[in-house]
Design a protein around this ligand. Sequence first.
Ligand code: ADP
Ligand code: MG
Length: 473
Amino acid sequence: MGKILLELKNICKSFGDQEVLHDFNLYIMENEFVTLLGPSGCGKSTLLRMIGGFDSPTSGDIIFDGQLINSVEPNKRQINTVFQRYALFPHLNVYDNVAFGLKLKKLSKEEIDKEVLRALKLVQMSDYAYRKIDTLSGGQMQRVAMARAIVLKPRLLLLDEPLAALDRKLRQDLQYELKEMQRELGITFLYVTHDQEEALTMSDTIVVMNEGRILQIGSPVMIYNEPSTRFVANFIGESNIIDGVVPQDFKVRFENALFDTTYQGFSRGEEVDVVIRPEDLLIIPKDNAKITGVIDSKVFKGDLFEINVIVKSGKEYTIHTTKNYELGLEVGLDIDKENITLMKKPGLNTFTGVIEDDYFVRVNDEMRFECLEDDTEDFSEGSKVIVKVLTENVLLEGDVDDADFEGVIKNIKKRDMYYDVYINVGGVVIVASTSNPNHKVGQTVGIWVKPEKLVLLEEDNSLDTSTIEALND
Ligand code: ADP
Ligand code: MG
């Protein structure tokens, strides 16, 4: 890795007056296994067709190895595609299907023979070289299609749902083999699927898409554990998403109960989305449980039961368990703190600060906002306040000297039409929403907020942890 192989810049694609890809930006590193994951119709195949050269963007640039390739013929690109439907020549046998592209390249017979046999070996089809295509199973045909693509030694292999037509067991075997093959060949893979399990198993990087836009880019672990939006969380796994409030570091409050978490850096009183996966909810006896409810429905899913529990608040929780519980049973729910994920609610920063004088409110040693005198006059110097500022009003400045304060970017999440940039300022995270795609993790940026965009509120005593803990007792 280390070198960018493919770069998509501001790609838009319309069919008639329907825009199906909106300002799509992505880069892929050499040797990376990148998966585009998204529901049917979100534009995955359209994107692959443009990269392969079978269609062209309405606007935007496709850059391959530093060269603009928008109008380069498909066969002149060092890119091959494996389609969902095998697209093999039915009148040729396996060997001749794989050899086809090499013959066009006018390679010698010996070279062709060597390459074809090597490719067939890689896809474990050596014994089938002289079989007719119509005698093969679906899985075997797909292996031949892959051999035909890799034999040409493309630098980038595009795979459009190549396993979708196969049954589950075969799909799992081939997933594993594909990943091995990618490692062995050192070819960059851009893989398309609507199957999250497939994406999670094989990829170095997953790009979650919906309706022609990127929602999140990250490693499988990051996407699974820190989905940036409800859509991603729901699409990646059937998560439970609950509204919560963070009273202090390492705590979250939901369903009228206080839970330990592994999170710090949220503001006191900050509203969050709490994400809990069905397999992480534990059913315990209802006595002494923080959350109780009634088993409302259950479905046997082959290797586990999916149970719905309706709790006091009326919310329904989905739980996966290997134990068979009776319908109507009253149960308690518990979660280990490692399995509670907190997500910032998009759009708003909340901090606790201290009024310094008429013109400043301080959050910590480094984070200090300028405010309007009109806003501070209700507070005495030294009083504690809650500071709220919309993420869209947090402005970033490359030139640190011009800013109110500075911080280091620790994470960037793609939202619908913009990026949420998470910046660490002396241990407190501030989020800035920006349409600028050029920020990088690790970069130091200047931050400023127009004084009139700050909202100062009296600190709400009801959020004191002591009060909450008392409520829980
Ligand atoms: P995916 O592969 O993610 O299922 P597609 O890229 O095939 O999605 O399609 C994205 C959208 O573009 C869909 O709404 C589809 O109907 C539309 N579309 C794709 N190809 C064409 C075409 N040739 N003409 C008109 N609309 C198209
Ligand atoms: Mg498709």
